[in-house]
Write a protein that binds this ligand. Structure first.
Ligand code: WT7
Length: 649
C-alpha cells in the first residue's frame, strides 16, 4: 500500500473550525494588503489599558532600522492572562500540573487561585527589591511556581530571563551577568525521570562568578537539603506568607520589554533574544487559538519545558491569554514507562497535544504496544515543533497515536519569531507529512538564493521573511548592532531565518534545516562555536571543530574534531573526560555524541577551517564527490587521515 502524500482537511474540521480554506485565503490576503487595519482589528483580542491606534511601524533598512508594533498602546500581560478571565471563568482550571512520578497526585489552579498565587509572587519579588524594568533570572523545574514567577514578573513590569534547568552553573552565570539580573528565582531541586537536579546548589556555584546578584528566591519543591545564605537567600514560602494576595498591575507600553531568552547563534556567546509586550502577546494568543483551533473548556498540553520559547508561548502566554486550561508536566515523556505520555493524556483527557519529533522518534522505537495499551480517545489534534519531522514519524503520530482522526499541525518557528510562522490551520490546510505547510497571517516568506535573488514558484534556497510581524524579537539584549548584523545584513531588507527551505508546486514550505553553524539537537539549538569554545578551554585541547551528524533520535548529534596539544595522548579516558567537560561547561544537551581525535584539521591556505568537509565526514559521506575539491587545502593529506579515523561515538 502506498501512503498518501496529502491528507485533506476532514469534513468535520472544515465545517466547525474557526478558519476554513476560503477564510484562510481571504485573511491571508487582507493581512498583506492592509496590515494596518488587519492588525488593529486583531489587537482587539487583548485587553488594553490604552488601545493602540497604530499597528506596525518598522523598517529593515539600516538607515531607519526599527521594529515597533502598537507603540501607542498600553497593557499588562498578567492582566490579560489572568484578571480579565476572573469574571467569566474564575473557577475554571487555568493550570493543571502533572508531577514527575505517576504515583503522586496532580495539582490544579483555577484562574482565581492563579490570581492569588501570582499576586503573592509579585509581592515577594517587590519585597526583594524588584522594580519595573529590572531583569529577573528564572532557573526552575517544571512546577506551577515557574509559571507564577513568569506571570509575577509581567505583573510588575520586570523582565524575566528564563534559563533552562539543564544548563550548567557556568552557563547560568553567563546569562545572569549578560543581562545584569539582580534577582534569581530557583527551587531547592528539580526532578525529571526520578532524578534530582541540584538547582539551588547550581545557583550558589554560579553566584561565585557573578557580581550583580542581590537576592535568590528559593521555592521548596522537593524538600532536598540546601544551603541558605543569610541576607541573600529567601525561602519563597516564608516570604509569601508575609505578603498580600493582591497586587496591582503595572501599566506597560506595548513596546516595553517583556522577556529575554538566550539562544545559540552561529558565532560567539548566546544571544539574549528580547521580546516586547504587546506584539508578542498578540502573536502568542492569536497563533495558539488558530493553529490549535482552541475551544473554551478543552484540556491542552504543550509538552515542552518553560526553559525554551515553546514553553513561554504555548504553555504560559498563548493559552492563558485565551483562557485555556494548560497542562504542565514536570517529567519525561518516557518515564517510568514509554506509555507515560499517553497515560497523562488519558488521566487528564487531553484534547490537544503539542510535542517534538525527537520525543516521537524515541517513543516510536519502543513499539506500538506502549501506545495501544492506552485509550487516547480524548485526543482531537496533534502538534509538532522544533525540527523537521521525518514523514515516517509523522505517519506514526497520525495513524498509531491519533488513530487517523487527529490532524497534525507541524509548526515552524524560532525563538526570534515569538510564535508559529509557517503552520497548518486544522480546518483550512491539507497536510503533507514533513511540510510545515503555509504561512500564518501577516507572514511573508520568501526563498532567496545565495545572492539574495528572490526565487519564484517551486524552488529551494534560503528562507527569509520579507516584512515584520507583531511577534518578532526587538533586539539582542545589550547589543542592538549584533541584532541588525545577525538578521538583516545577509539579505538586506529582509529577516534572515538561518534555515534552508524548499517550496513545492502547491506553495507548501518544507524546512530543510539550518544553513548556518547551528545544529538542532533534539529540537534544541546548539551553536557549534559554543561547544568549540568549551572544548578549547580544556588544558589538553589545542583546537576543536564541531559539526552536526545525523542521529536517529535526536535528529542531529554533535560531532567534535579535537586536536590535542603536543605531548598529550589520545585515549578513551580523555574522550570521556572531554564529554564530561562540555557537560560541566554548558550542560548535558551539549554533550558531544562523537569525538574524533584529529592530528590536523582541513584548512585553506588562509587558515579557514573547511567545515563542509568536516560535515561530510561526520555524515559518513566520504565519496570523492561529497568531499569535493580538496586541492585548495593547505595540507590535503589531513582529509585522508580524518576519513580513515572517522568515529561513530
Ligand atoms: C529552529 C529554531 C520554535 C520553537 C522550538 C525551537 C527549527 C523549529 C521546526 C519545524 C522544521 C523547525 C528550525 C528553526 N525548527 N520548528 N516545525 N520544522 N524545523 O526554537 O531553538 O529557536 O530553534 O528550529 O531550524 O530555525 P529554536
Amino acid at each position: 500500500m502506498t501512503e498518501p502524500s496529502t491528507y485533506p482537511v476532514p469534513a468535520e474540521w472544515a465545517e466547525k473550525a474557526r478558519v476554513d480554506a476560503k477564510r484562510y485565503d481571504q485573511l491571508y490576503g487582507l493581512a498583506l494588503a492592509d496590515p494596518g487595519s488587519f492588525w488593529l482589528e486583531q489587537a482587539k483580542r487583548l485587553d488594553w489599558i490604552k488601545r493602540p491606534e497604530i499597528a506596525g511601524d518598522w523598517s529593515f533598512d539600516e538607515a531607519d532600522f526599527r521594529i515597533r508594533w502598537f507603540a501607542d498602546g498600553k497593557l499588562n500581560v498578567s492582566a490579560n492572562c489572568i484578571d480579565r478571565h476572573l469574571k467569566t471563568r474564575g473557577d475554571q482550571v487555568a493550570i493543571l500540573w502533572e508531577p514527575d512520578s505517576p504515583d503522586e497526585a496532580p495539582r490544579s489552579y483555577t484562574y482565581r487561585q492563579l490570581h492569588a498565587e501570582v499576586c503573592r509572587f509579585a509581592n515577594v519579588l517587590k519585597a526583594a527589591g524588584a522594580r519595573k524594568g529590572d531583569r529577573i533570572t528564572i532557573y526552575m523545574p517544571m512546577i506551577p511556581e515557574a509559571a507564577f514567577a513568569l506571570l509575577a514578573c509581567t505583573r510588575i513590569g520586570a523582565i524575566h530571563s528564563v534559563v533552562f534547568g539543564g544548563f550548567s552553573p557556568e552557563a547560568l552565570a553567563g546569562r545572569i551577568t549578560d543581562c545584569d539580573s539582580t534577582i534569581v528565582v530557583t527551587a531547592d531541586e528539580g526532578r525529571r525521570g526520578g532524578k534530582h537536579v541540584p538547582l539551588k546548589a547550581n545557583v550558589d556555584e554560579a553566584a561565585k562568578h557573578v557580581r550583580c546578584l542581590d537576592k535568590v528566591v528559593v521555592v521548596k519543591a522537593t524538600g532536598g537539603e540546601v544551603a541558605m545564605q543569610d541576607g541573600r537567600d529567601i525561602w519563597y514560602h516564608e516570604a509569601a506568607a508575609a505578603v498580600s494576595a493582591d497586587c496591582p498591575v503595572e501599566p506597560m507600553g506595548a513596546e516595553d520589554p517583556l522577556f529575554i531568552l538566550y539562544t545559540s547563534g552561529s558565532t560567539g556567546k548566546p544571544k539574549g533574544v528580547l521580546h516586547s509586550t504587546g506584539g508578542y502577546l498578540l502573536w502568542a494568543s492569536l497563533t495558539h487559538e488558530l493553529v490549535f483551533d482552541y475551544r473554551p473548556g478543552q484540556i491542552y498540553w504543550c509538552a515542552a519545558d518553560i526553559g525554551w520559547v515553546t514553553g513561554h508561548s504555548y504553555i504560559v502566554y498563548g493559552p492563558l491569554a485565551n483562557g485555556a486550561t494548560t497542562l504542565m508536566y514536570e517529567g519525561l515523556p518516557n518515564w517510568p514507562t514509554p506509555s507515560r505520555i499517553w497515560q497523562v493524556v488519558d488521566r487528564h483527557k487531553v484534547e490537544i497535544l503539542y510535542t517534538a519529533p525527537t520525543a516521537l522518534r524515541a517513543l516510536m522505537k519502543e513499539g506500538d504496544d506502549f501506545v495501544t495499551a492506552t485509550s487516547r480517545a480524548s485526543l482531537k489534534l496533534l502538534g509538532t515543533v522544533g525540527e523537521p519531522i521525518n514523514p515516517e514519524a509523522w505517519r506514526w503520530y497520525h495513524s498509531v497515536v491519533g488513530e487517523e482522526r487527529c490532524p497534525i499541525v507541524d509548526t515552524w518557528w524560532q525563538t526570534e519569531t515569538g510564535g508559529a510562522m509557517i503552520t497548518p490551520m486544522p480546518g483550512a490546510t491539507a497536510l503533507k507529512p514533513g511540510s510545515a505547510t503555509k504561512p500564518m497571517f501577516g507572514v511573508e516568506p520568501q526563498i532567496v538564493d545565495g545572492e539574495g535573488t528572490i526565487l519564484n514558484g517551486a524552488t529551494e534556497g534560503n528562507l527569509v521573511i520579507a516584512r515584520s510581524w507583531p511577534g518578532q524579537m526587538r533586539t539582542v539584549w545589550g547589543d542592538h548592532a549584533r541584532f541588525f548584523q545577525t538578521y538583516f545584513t545577509t539579505f538586506p531588507g529582509k529577516y534572515t531565518t538561518g534555515d534552508g527551505c524548499r517550496r513545492d508546486e502547491d506553495g507548501y514550505y518544507w524546512i530543510t534545516g539550518r544553513v548556518d553553524d547551528v545544529i538542532n539537537v533534539s529540537g534544541h539549538r546548539m551553536g557549534t562555536a559554543e561547544v568549540e569554545s568549551a572544548l578549547v578551554q580544556h588544558e589538553k585541547v589545542a583546537e576543536a571543530a564541531v559539526v552536526g551528524m545525523p542521529h536517529d533520535i535526536k535528529g542531529q548529534g554533535i560531532y567534535a574534531y579535537v586536536t590535542l596539544n603536543a605531548n598529550c595522548e589520545a585515549s578513551e579516558d580523555l574522550r570521556a573526560e572531554l564529554r564530561q567537560w562540555v557537560r560541566t561547561e554548558i550542560g548535558p544537551i551539549a554533550t558531544p555524541d562523537a569525538i574524533q581525535f584529529a592530528p590536523g584539521l582541513p584548512k585553506t591556505r588562509s587558515g579557514k577551517i573547511m567545515r563542509r568537509i568536516l560535515r561530510k565526514i561526520a555524515e559518513g559521506d566520504v565519496s570523492p564527490q561529497a568531499l569535493g575539491d580538496t586541492s585548495t587545502l593547505a595540507d590535503p593529506a589531513v582529509v585522508d587521515d580524518l576519513v580513515a579515523n572517522r568515529v561513530t561515538r
